[in-house]
Design a protein around this ligand. Sequence first.
Ligand code: ADP
Ligand code: MG
Length: 396
Amino acid sequence: MCYNQFMPKNSFLVLGLMSGTSADGIESALIKIPDAPLQLRPKLIGHASFPIPKAVRAKILEIAEGARVPAGEISQLNFCLGELFSEAALSVCKKLRVPVERLDLIASHGQTVFHQGQPVPFAGARTASTLQIGEPAIIAARTGVTTIGDFRPADMAAGGQGAPLVPFADYLLYRHEKLGRVSLNLGGIANVTVIPAHAKPQDVFAFDTGPANMLIDALVQRFTNGRQRFDAGARIAQRGQCLMPLLEKLLRDPYLRLQPPKSTGREYFGQEFAAKILTEGRKLRAGPADLIRTVTVFTALSVVDALNRFVLPRKKIAELIVSGGGARNPLLMAQLEAAVAPIGLLTSEQFGVPEQSKEAYAFALLAYETFYHRPSNLPSATGAKGPAILGKICYA
Ligand SMILES: Nc1ncnc2c1ncn2[C@@H]1O[C@H](COP(=O)(O)OP(=O)(O)O)[C@@H](O)[C@H]1O
Ligand SMILES: [Mg+2]
């Protein structure tokens, strides 16, 4: 995609950068916002993905899975990722043919390596905390563009869980007078934002339903010894049979029954969980394709289970709008479509935001709000006691 149209002076260009729990790459979204502070009418100008080198990805996963590493490793990775995010920003500008000097702002979510949304006992006190790394001061220095990072702590300081923050964008994109909608992001983890018909911001609620691509990716990597990172086009799963006893067991997982608000991550649906599935698979003498198919079906049904338990009894929903890399998995999408009917299955692309860039788009919006000193958390989604202006600003 190329950007070379006339840019009126009264519009604002924000580049959003995001790397999710899959740590598969840095997604970016460049948005243009007519600079009329009280009306937010963003337009996506372009988007791109930037690879994360294997060695860096390995460090991220090691730390995010809770390995006991010295603080120095995390500090080094923070700066290393700051450089990588800067390269991604410069590279996407080049690709979209937008001189970096034209950017007004960069929004960098960073890489989550730890998230504890609910307070737990720690050093004699109850503490909740979150850590996104990829030093924004480096991004500001390398690009010469004011950079906002670290969006989650301000919501937590206001008593929220610091997540999810994407509902602000979901509300803007999907709110409808007559149709109730659910936004579903299929990243490493699956999360939903419920936007009832005619919703006010306080009517929006959101939670993580369970795994999205995380278990599928983990099994594919195990079976291919790391040669393949994910099941492209669901080609492996399509060759297998769904193992009903294993599927039923997975659907009894206690996380699914937990009342929202709830969030989860690599700590729960990571390598250990995948290892348990492998053990079950051996007992059933199942082949790799059977296991990958079963986990793909489980992933789809865990989303549907969450809708049936916690959403549909309370709200009338007409459409389910999917984003994230999982939208490219045809088996996952087909399973979802069949199980949610008559609710219609759509993708964020049909609302002008391609699946891969939706979260980067959302954080670009949040940074714009912060720039104008406006709060952008939705307390009904995060549990915060009130509004919070999100992020920390590194001036260029
Ligand atoms: N063509 C495809 N076929 C099947 N799965 C895909 C495809 N493209 C992406 N994915 C899945 O999407 C995942 C990445 O999704 P993404 O939204 O970037 O997650 P995260 O936000 O956790 O980084 C990949 O790890 C893979 O499992
Ligand atoms: Mg990703």
